[in-house]
Ligand binder design. Structure first.
Ligand SMILES: Cc1ncc(COP(=O)(O)O)c(C=O)c1O
Length: 355
């Protein structure tokens, strides 16, 4: 696939935002990667060009039937000012799992990775150097065919946009308060919970808003059938350390196979911990809190890396975890994964890709 490069002149570049006040998803780098798919030509018209608006017909199928998938990964400015990506091929492969489930075309993973690397070299000045700040990368695919009727669209746009984001923990690595909902569910077996499609997030907003109104950071979802088995948090997978056993729910088809989750499983097994992917109920967690055997709870995801949980709220009860403090395993994982992501620690897994 040939990629056209429409590079902006230096006079057309945007003024960069203050690296110490980036927040999340508020600013976008100068260039984007775009390519188009149709049935006759496959993927074509690949171009790196100015970050700019799309023009879409009102009948574009994504606006009606929601064929929209995305990914989230980061570029890090690490050791010796070099730029690193963390397991980018895994994100692009996961995107193809999403594409298949949503009857959308697969992307050519190696070529898209090469395009991303070209884009990052071009917009390298957008990868922040402030401590903890990164460039968040958002590959996305939408159905653009003009037409009504529920069926797979015949035309798609794939694009990658990049957004410099601030440190997730500007004031230090602080435990969060989580609301366990038994009122709403996120995903059902046989549904689309295991893929990153936009509708999953739209459907989750109401529960998140209600939880935030009550002072909680995120929602912990239970399974949709019995509302007992723990699934995952809004944008994170979840781990429990009980009696020195590290437990996380299995990839049963209704949770996202997180890349951070996979990295945590690999690292902790290599450290010699007892690590189990198994079903775990909210009652088992509450009992473990009551009898003192629950040592830590933490979430895992690209945005936060590791997010210690200091409090769980369930059915009107507040339960304090590890006296509201970050546990030793969460801290060690956070330090080690960040060190690998930024090239400061030897990476026997081949996860960090230097640009
Ligand atoms: C629903 C959901 N679960 C888990 C995760 C964590 O996945 P990852 O570690 O690949 O970022 C995410 C973030 O992408 C998510 O949106």
């Amino acid at each position: 696939m040939e990629i056209r490069l429409e590079k902006l002149d230096s006079s057309q570049l945007k003024t960069k935002p203050d690296e110490n006040n980036l927040g999340f998803g508020r600013y976008f780098a100068d260039h984007m990667f775009v390519m188009t798919f149709d049935r006759d030509r496959g993927w074509h018209d690949a171009v790196i060009r100015k970050y700019q608006d799309f023009s879409l017909p009102p009948a574009a199928m994504v606006l009606h039937y929601g064929q929209a998938i995305f990914e989230g990964l980061k570029a890090y400015r690490g050791k010796d000012n070099a730029i690193y990506l963390f397991r980018p091929t895994d994100n692009l492969r996961r995107m193809n799992v999403s594409a298949e489930r949503m009857c959308m075309p697969a992307i050519p993973v190696d070529e898209v990775l090469a395009a991303l690397q070209t884009l990052l070299r071009l917009d390298a000045d957008w990868i922040p150097a402030a401590p903890g700040a990164t460039l968040y990368i958002r590959p996305t695919m939408i159905a653009t065919e003009e037409g009504l009727g529920v069926r797979p669209a015949g035309r798609y746009t794939f694009f990658i946009i990049n957004s410099p984001v601030g440190a997730y923990y500007p004031e230090g690595f602080n435990p969060v308060k989580i609301f366990v909902t038994d009122k709403y569910v996120r995903a059902v077996p046989g549904g689309v919970g295991h893929v990153k499609t936009a509708g999953n997030y739209a459907a989750s907003i109401m529960a998140a808003v209600e939880a935030q109104k009550q002072g909680f950071t995120q929602v912990l979802w239970l399974d949709a059938i019995e509302r007992r088995y723990i699934e995952e948090v809004g944008t994170m997978n979840i781990f429990f350390l009980i009696n020195n056993e590290l437990i996380t729910p299995p990839l049963s088809g209704s949770i996202l196979p997180g890349i951070t989750r996979d990295s945590v499983l690999r690292l902790t097994r290599d450290w010699g911990l007892t690590v189990t992917e198994r079903k775990i109920t909210i009652d088992e967690v509450l009992t473990a809190i009551e009898n003192g055997s629950l040592q830590e709870i933490f979430g895992t995801g690209t945005a936060a890396v590791i997010s210690p949980v200091g409090e769980l709220h369930y059915k009107g009860r507040d339960c304090c975890i590890n006296q509201g403090r970050t546990g030793a395993i969460a801290q060690r994982l956070f330090n080690e994964i960040q060190a690998i992501q930024n090239g400061y620690q030897e990476d026997p897994y081949g996860w960090a890709i230097k640009l």
